[in-house]
Design a protein around this ligand. Structure first.
Ligand code: CTP
Ligand code: CA
Length: 227
């Protein structure tokens, strides 16, 4: 087993990572979010830094901490804020990894006062957020762009569709329904697929080990492309 990332393979490279969930406000005391804890994205930031990269981490609300103090952490709450920060930093980075679980919908109306309960039902109208990853794929130049896909059924098929639709260089597919994988836990199981569509299976391992493998695959693919 490899307990360290290959030191220095990403020396001179700038890596931009997004991690965690987003938080979409309903009123001053309520919001919508999801089960992401940020662990996978934070592990990627650590692994990229271990490999010698200069790392910027755009993090949604997460209790995770970083051990590498050189990582530049930028905290955001909403999908809109994450969109702004990712676009601000995108042009200056070489590798961009979107591990965040971005809300697909947010409340159309944000109440400035706390909603009081009333008789009967309450429905909240939801509008779509921007697809950050897809928008980065549309403006991509030299960047190696990596997405994540969280799936519960047909992971490979849906993952490959996302790779193509969002103009990615690679996608990491998580079957979040599998034992040992997905939200919150310390371990993960994933499939890395690049543009050749040949899957690299990442078997059950801690998230930091999974992160190191992902970094190694990215480095391999960039070298294959002469970058
Ligand atoms: N993503 C994003 N902005 C969004 C939604 C998703 O940047 N508004 C990114 C995620 O960070 C991830 C990838 O797109 O890297 C795939 O996210 P996922 O939720 O699996 O796919 P969606 O395209 O949102 O499709 P669906 O949820 O319907 O499966
Ligand atoms: Ca989604």
């Amino acid at each position: 087993v490899n307990h360290q990332a290959d030191k220095g393979v990403l020396a001179g490279k700038k890596v931009l990572i997004s991690a965690g969930p987003t938080q979409e406000t309903i009123d001053p005391v309520r919001f919508f979010t999801n089960r992401s804890t940020g662990k996978m994205g934070f592990s990627l930031a650590e692994a990229a830094a271990e490999a010698g990269a200069e790392v910027t981490l755009v993090a949604g609300p997460s209790g995770e901490k970083l051990s590498n103090r050189l990582i530049n952490r930028i905290d955001v709450l909403t999908a809109e804020e994450m969109y702004e920060k990712m676009h601000q930093h995108f042009p200056s980075h070489d590798i961009v990894i979107k591990a965040a679980a971005v809300a697909d919908y947010r409340p159309k109306h944000v109440y400035s006062e706390k909603m009081k309960k009333q008789e009967g039902m309450w429905s909240i109208e939801m509008e779509r957020t921007k697809d950050i990853l897809k928008s980065l794929g549309e403006i991509k130049k030299h960047q190696f762009l990596v997405g994540f896909a969280a799936e519960t059924t047909n992971p490979q098929e849906y993952g490959v569709q996302k790779l193509k639709k969002k103009n990615l260089d690679a996608i990491v597919i998580n079957n979040v329904a599998a034992v040992g994988a997905g939200f919150g836990g310390d371990t993960n199981i994933a499939t890395y697929i690049n543009k050749n569509l040949k899957p690299d299976e990442i078997t059950l391992a801690t998230k930091i080990e999974v992160a190191r493998k992902i970094i190694r695959f990215i480095d391999r693919d960039m070298k294959d492309e002469g970058q």
